[in-house]
Each structure stands twice: as C-alpha cells, then as structure tokens.
Design a protein around this ligand. Structure first.
Ligand SMILES: *[C@@H]1O[C@H](CO)[C@@H](O)[C@H](O)[C@H]1NC(C)=O
Ligand SMILES: *[C@@H]1O[C@H](CO)[C@@H](O)[C@H](O)[C@H]1NC(C)=O
Ligand SMILES: *[C@@H]1O[C@H](CO)[C@@H](O)[C@H](O)[C@H]1NC(C)=O
Ligand SMILES: *[C@@H]1O[C@H](CO)[C@@H](O)[C@H](O)[C@H]1NC(C)=O
Ligand SMILES: *[C@@H]1O[C@H](CO)[C@@H](O)[C@H](O)[C@H]1NC(C)=O
Ligand SMILES: *[C@@H]1O[C@H](CO)[C@@H](O)[C@H](O)[C@H]1NC(C)=O
Length: 780
C-alpha cells in the first residue's frame, strides 16, 4: 500500500500532509456524525422503488439494477476510491481507503480519530504477531480490529473497506516494510493471511455473502523493495522466475483468495518481468479472478496508474493507461487517475462502457455484502457497536497477550532469565528504545489507547530502576558511554533496549546494512563490560540485525527480540523478563550476518542460490550459509521433547498403465495432478497422518510450536527444507500432547518445477521435527 503523500507525483506535499495529519489528530470534535450509507428508505420512501435497495433479491440482481441506472459519467466516478456517489439515487460518496494492519489506523482518508473515539487498540506490528505461530490468535486479533472498525464506522469515523493485510514475502532483511508482513515463509504467511482476513471479514452468522468489514491482501506481487541504492519501488522491474512466483511470491495471495475468501487484492507499484502489475491481464484476470476466482474487487496501489504512465512510461497516453488497467481486470483506482482519464479512453474507443460496468459491478457487489446499500446501519448487524467497544479492557489485554506470545528469546545462558525480582535491589534500564511509546507501534499505526513503555513495565516489578537513554535516539550518532557504563556498574542487573524505529526502516526506506545503527554496538559492548551483574539485551525492530558480537559476549547473558510490540509492549517485556510469561515466540525470518547483504543486491529476486555467481539464495528454504539466528529459532524457560508415533515409510502412487514413468527408470518426478492424484479414485491413500507426542520435559508450564519440515529429493531446484505445517500446544510441567499433521502427498509433498508446474519428486523425502528425522519413500 502506498501513502499518497509519498508518491513521486506527489499530490500532497509533505508540509500539507503534515498539516492534514495534525488536523486529524489534534482537532477532535464531539460531534457524532452519521456513517455513510445508501438506500435510506426510512428517510425517503421513494428510494424503496429502486431494485438495488431491495435487500430481498440477490446481490447480482441488485448490482445489475444499480449499474443500469447510472450514466457513463457516474459510472466513471465509481472507479475511484474518493469523490464517487450519485446523490440523485440517494448514494453518498463512499471513501474506500482505510487501513487496519494491526489495529484501526489513521492512514487513509476514511478514518479519523476525534473526542468521541480518540484512539483504538494498537496491536503489535505484524512481524511480532507472526512470531507467535498461533493461528487462533491471528484470527482473534482480526476479530477485535473489525469490531473496533465497525464501532468507528457507526459514528462516522471510519469506512468498511480496509487495505490490510500486507502479505508480501519478507525475502530480504533490509526491506523497510518487512515489519508489516508475517515473515519469509509462504506457509506461515498464508496461514496468517487466511486467519487475519477471516477475523476481519467473517460475520457472526458465517454467511459468505455478508462481510463484517472488507479486507485486502496486498501488494500483488513480488513487491518488496522500497528505495535501495537509487532503485525505487515506483520504477523497479522485478525479474522473477515462474518457479519463484509459484512457490514463493504468490502462495499467500492464492490462500487469501481461495481459503480466506478475501474481498480484495491490491496490485503493486513495481513491474514484474516488464509489466506493471496493475496493467497485467495475466495476473489480474487470468490468475486472481480467473484461476483463483476472487469474489471481490482489485484495487490499484495509490497513484500506481499515474506512475505506470508518468514514471514507468509504460503507455504513451494517460487514456491508454486507464484502458489497459481496466481491460487487465482492475476494478478500483486509489486516487483520481481513472476518474480523470477514463471518459476520454471511452471516447477514443480504447474501452467500452461494458468494461466499466464489469469493474464497478465488482465494487458494488462488495459494498452490498458490507450492507452499505441496506439502509441505516443502526438497524443492521453490528449496528449497536459504538465508542464503548473501542479500546476495551479485553482488546487491550489481547494486545498485551499478543506481544507476550510473539517475543522471541534468542539467547539465555545458564537460565539467566527469568530474573527473580526479590534478588534485585537496583535495575539499570539503558538504551534509546528503553522508554519509547510510538516506536512500539511501528507503521500503519493508529492512536494507541495507552502505552506501557519497557521502562514502565519493568518499574512495576522492581522498586528501584535507574534509566539512561544512552543515545539521543536509535540513530545513536553519539553515545553517552560515561553515564551509561557508570549506571550499569552500580546496578544488580542491566537491561539494554536497543534496535530500530521508523527512521531506520520504513515504507520508502530500506536499510543498507544489518549492523545496529550508529554507536549502538559500542554502547552495548561498553555497558556489558562495565556491568556489575547480568546483562539482558532487548532488540526492538522489524528486521533482524547482525548481533554476532552480543551472541558471543559472555557478559550478555540473554537476548530477546520484541519486534515492535504494540501499545502494551512494556508489560509483555517485563512479564517475560520476570518469568510471569514463559516465552514461546519463534523467528519468522532468518537473521543474516552483515556479510550476506554485502554479497546480495536487493534487486535480485531469485530465491534459489546460483553456484556459478556465488549468489547464496534467500530465506531458510534456499540459503544454506551461516546465520546469526535461524528461521524458527526461539527459546523457552522450559524444554520440550518430540517422539514420532506414526508416519508412513512408503507411499506408492498408482499410475495408469500408459504412464511414461512406469516404463522409464529415469523418471525423477511426475505431475502433482491427474488420475494418480485423485484421492477418491485411489481410495484415500494419498492422505496420511504424521503423529507426534510432545512432552514438556522442563519444570514450567509453557507453549511450544511443533514445526514439521520436509526436505524433498534434490530435483527441480527444490528447497533444502520447507515448512509443511506447524501446531502450537500449551503444556503444563510433565504434560504430554499428541500433535497430528494431515498430509496429502500431491498437495503437501510436491514442489514447483522450473516452468511452474507442480511435481511430486520420487524418492526419499525427509520429514523433520526438531532433531527428529524420518525418511519417507515415494515410488510408483
Ligand atoms: C428522495 O429520493 C429521490 C430519488 O433519489 C430524490 O429524487 C428526492 O429528491 C429525494 N427526496 C428528498 C426529500 O431528499
Ligand atoms: C485529476 O484531476 C484533478 C482536477 O484537475 C487534479 O487535481 C488531479 O491531480 C488529477 N489526478 C491525477 C491522478 O491526475
Ligand atoms: C518515560 O516515558 C513516559 C511516556 O512518554 C514519560 O511519561 C516518562 O516521564 C518517561 N520516564 C522517564 C524516566 O524519562
Ligand atoms: C536523532 O538524534 C540526532 C542527534 O543526536 C538528531 O540529529 C536527529 O535528528 C535525531 N533523529 C530523529 C529521527 O529524531
Ligand atoms: C529440561 O529441563 C529440565 C528442568 O529444567 C532439565 O533438568 C533438563 O536437563 C532439560 N533437558 C534438556 C534436554 O535440556
Ligand atoms: C493461542 O492464543 C490464544 C489467544 O490468546 C490462547 O488462548 C492460546 O492459549 C494460544 N495457544 C497456545 C498454544 O499458546
């Protein structure tokens, strides 16, 4: 998603945007305004005669009725995210652009905070939530956010359509927007996306024709570069193989549509293989609406049509850009480009009115599912929600709980953590992130209900805390080593809270290295050297850092990564440090050494390594080099053991007699579809279960994520390891649990070949859970 004020063809200069922002936040008014809605039959009985207002007939019929009543000029207005509406039909402007990445955000013109609703619950930034690997939690957050969104809509402060979540793969640690995503793994990203979308969208009745609010999975596709060494997302041409598209970049979007029933997909700014995604018929009409069968609308990123014309020079005229994108399958434009140029495109014969009808029908159908055409929302489901339902104690506790579940304990020498509060007379709390508020909520944020900073969280438990920032801010141009080391030397325990904020990594800003910014490393090292007692290093950031120096520093007993932990981050950090919560988060992305980014240009989209050029590949699925901390790493105060109870050693596929693989000894793989993959035809034998027993062998209750990885035979550049599934369990001391994974040979054990075809590799597949390994032979 783009923020219009950041686009090169800026329609909102920085100062103006700043003033707009200030006026949103600091000119609160008590006036309760009505939400926008159409078909106010109770207020104007003549509207009752319109078919589109008739809630008793099917949505398609209502949409057809509405489209039939509109003039061409009115229709064109409905291609835009703002300034639409048809007052002669009782349809007010509907503002489409709102954001709810991890709470209702003030970004986008549809939402604002006022005295009536001054704030909304700010959950942790998505990358930390993902680290919880808890799918029911992902959905619970979505549900809380949609309740707050509906409550704000009812008092005229928010819309019904939210352009969240961001499910691009976090393929490079420098990416400024990695923080917004669920990490580097397609399986986790897909599960996160589906659960969060369902949490936002699903109504209590579960009717797929109704939406609580509309979600949007973005940015399709292969978008994950902001601005790196002069390369900008607005003009970047991502050169991507079909194989990488199919097995890395597209799966989260596919899951959003097929499993999540998401109401919207947003196309991205960048080009993929020379085509701007918002004007690519193969992507929009072929894949998203055709193969995946999107039930909803496709929206452009903000100003991306202006960009594909003006900055990418993909078309000669703006009319051609308008026509190409609509013909490609775009339904809605964030901004005014289609509103300005579509009429001339029709006049020039580049598109027909019927093409516009198709696009706006998708937009109207979505608004119908949201109840926008059903009259006063007060009389509809969720109509009773209001300010009292925002920032509830329950939602704020869920924000704290999410941070607890996500925090990753990276290092803990000899059980140094948890700390026992009674043994601490003075606690030194040092670092530029030790007492931050806004930093904790990352980007695409709202106004928090209230904050608990790390220092405030720790102060609640320990009587004497002494605080020093160490550096002015995270850029740490200069460090006050004298004061910081003196403090650490006088305290029983030292907690350092370091890392990043939006000045280091954000939308439009990628990092260029993986070192802690400025003099942070020096500060950490000197403080550790001077410290009287154990040192706990807390890293607050979206992306990972090369903290090898701290990993190897004997004085630094423990290291925690806390993402951007949300409004209640300080509570969660203290709960983990003092053992009121047993950490159970696992890294959703690889932490690479600095040498990695020196070898790998951000612009190289290839996931797979290349031996010839020395390119090391990306993410745990392909990169086999040294890591600082690996994908999935995360310690507990307890320990857990796994025992394999059931898994097949051999699965043979039944091929038709004519199949070439039966007569050839060189057959390494076969299609993961066709009669041999029809599970009903082969009596269900393609499905099997992997059963494990998990035991809490430590002496504390805790949660533990069981990761089931597979290593396929080496064919078609298959991944070295791939996450087949994960399951989180909560176990008391000595308690055991059974964990079952349902596996389908064709669906779950297949790989994508060089031209994008799913194949089952024949031979030995290795299943791993922790140090457990099991070999499964697939034969014909
Ligand atoms: C009632 O709705 C009709 C149809 O949209 C419109 O022509 C008329 O002006 C409306 N009346 C009032 C009082 O708003
Ligand atoms: C559309 O036209 C309006 C009015 O002329 C102008 O302010 C706006 O910048 C235009 N938008 C685009 C994307 O060209
Ligand atoms: C910590 O931050 C909070 C919130 O901004 C502030 O009220 C408090 O004074 C700060 N504490 C110290 C010791 O600076
Ligand atoms: C960080 O502090 C430095 C001075 O130490 C200052 O120049 C810079 O503007 C600050 N950065 C931010 C984002 O506030
Ligand atoms: C698991 O934890 C218990 C108690 O904390 C400890 O005695 C045992 O050695 C640990 N086992 C392993 C394999 O780490
Ligand atoms: C997942 O999150 C939910 C909601 O907070 C919680 O009730 C549950 O215990 C968590 N699951 C595990 C295994 O920790």
């Amino acid at each position: 998603m783009g923020r219009r004020n950041r686009a090169p063809s800026s329609v909102c200069p920085v100062l103006l945007c700043f003033l707009l922002y200030i006026s949103f936040v600091s000119e609160p008014s008590n006036a309760q305004s009505l939400p926008a809605f159409a078909c106010n039959v109770a207020g104007n009985n003549s509207l009752a005669g319109f078919g589109f207002c008739n809630t008793k007939i099917k949505i398609e019929s209502r949409v057809a009725d509405l489209v039939g009543r509109l003039t061409l000029q009115e229709k064109i207005k409905f291609l835009g995210s703002s300034g639409n509406g048809a007052s002669r039909l009782g349809i007010p402007t509907y503002e489409w652009w709102a954001e709810a990445l991890h709470g209702v955000s003030f970004i986008g013109p549809a939402t604002r905070f006022s005295k009536l609703v001054p704030s909304a619950t700010c959950f942790p930034q998505v990358i930390l939530t993902a680290a919880s690997f808890n799918v029911s939690l992902f959905k619970a957050i979505g549900k809380a956010v949609s309740t707050e969104a509906r409550a704000m809509y009812n008092v005229g402060l928010a819309g019904l359509t939210y352009w969240s979540p961001n499910v691009n793969i976090f393929r490079d640690p420098r990416w400024g927007r990695g923080q917004e995503t669920p990490g580097e793994d397609p399986t986790l990203s897909s599960k996160y996306a589906v659960a969060y979308v369902k949490g936002l969208q699903e109504t209590d009745g579960g009717d797929p024709n109704r939406l609580k609010v509309g979600a949007c999975c973005k940015h399709s596709t292969a978008y994950d570069l902001e601005k790196w060494k002069g390369v900008s997302r607005y003009t970047f041409n991502a050169v991507v193989t079909q194989q990488d598209l199919d097995d890395t970049y597209n799966p989260p979007f596919k899951s959003c549509v097929i499993d999540g029933n998401v109401a919207c997909i947003m196309c991205s700014y960048n080009q993929v293989n020379g085509k701007p995604t918002c004007a690519d018929p193969g992507l929009l009409s072929g894949l998203i609406r055709g193969q995946w069968k999107l039930n909803g609308y496709i929206v452009s990123d903000c100003d991306s049509l202006g960009i594909l014309y003006g900055a990418q020079h993909y078309t000669k005229t703006p009319e051609e850009a308008a026509a190409k994108s609509i013909l490609a399958g775009l339904d809605l434009n964030c901004g005014s480009f289609l509103g300005n140029h579509t009429e001339n495109a029709v006049k020039k014969g580049m598109i027909k009115e019927a093409d516009i009808n198709k696009a706006i029908s998708n937009n109207f159908a979505t608004l119908m599912r949201l109840g926008f055409f059903d009259g006063n929302p007060k009389n509809q489901p969720y109509g009773s929600l209001g300010p009292k339902d925002v920032c509830t104690a329950e939602h704020q506790e869920l924000a704290a709980e999410t941070a607890r579940q996500g925090i990753v304990l990276l290092k803990n020498v000899a059980g140094s953590l948890p700390l026992s509060p009674s043994a601490i007379k003075t606690l030194a709390v040092i670092g530029p992130n030790a007492n931050v508020t806004k930093t904790m909520i990352g980007n695409y944020e709202g106004v928090a209900c209230k904050y608990t900073t790390p220092l405030q969280g720790l102060e609640r438990t320990v009587l004497t805390t002494k605080y020093h920032r160490g550096c002015n801010n995270v850029t740490c141009v200069a460090a006050d080593l004298v004061s910081a080391t003196a403090l650490a030397a006088s305290a029983d325990v030292t907690v350092l809270v370091m890392g990043a904020d939006q000045s280091i990594e954000k939308e439009t800003l990628d990092r260029i290295d993986l070192n802690l910014p400025g003099k942070q490393q020096e500060l950490v090292t000197q403080v550790a050297k001077a410290a009287k007692g154990p040192v706990v290093l807390v890293i607050m950031s979206g992306g990972g850092f090369d903290i090898t120096f701290a990993k190897n520093d004997e004085k630094i007993k423990s290291i925690m990564w806390v993402g951007y932990p949300g409004e209640a981050g300080g509570l969660a950090i203290a709960d983990v440090i003092f053992g009121r919560h047993n950490p159970s988060g696992n890294l959703p992305m690889t932490w690479y050494p600095q040498s990695y980014v020196e070898k790998v240009p951000m612009t190289n989209m290839n996931m797979r390594p290349d031996k010839l050029s020395g390119y090391p590949g990306r993410t745990y699925r392909f990169y086999t080099g040294e890591t600082v901390y690996a994908f999935g790493h995360g310690l507990s105060y307890s320990n857990f053991s796994h025992q394999l109870l059931k898994a097949p050693k051999l699965v043979s596929l039944n091929l038709e007699e004519s199949h070439a693989c039966l007569s050839s000894s060189e057959c390494q793989s076969l299609d993961a579809f066709g009669p041999h993959c029809d599970n009903n035809a082969v009596g269900g034998r393609l499905d099997f279960e992997v059963q494990l027993k998990v035991t809490n062998a430590g002496d504390r209750e805790g949660s533990h994520t069981v990761f089931l990885f597979t290593t396929p035979p080496e064919v078609h550049g298959s991944p070295v390891k791939h996450l087949l599934g994960f399951e989180k369990v909560r176990l008391r001391k000595s308690e055991e649990a059974m964990v079952r994974f349902k596996v389908n040979v064709c669906k779950d054990l297949s790989v994508v070949d060089e031209i994008g075809t799913r194949k089952i590799a024949l031979g030995h597949h290795l299943l791993h859970v922790g140090s457990l390994k099991h070999s499964l032979n697939i034969t014909v």
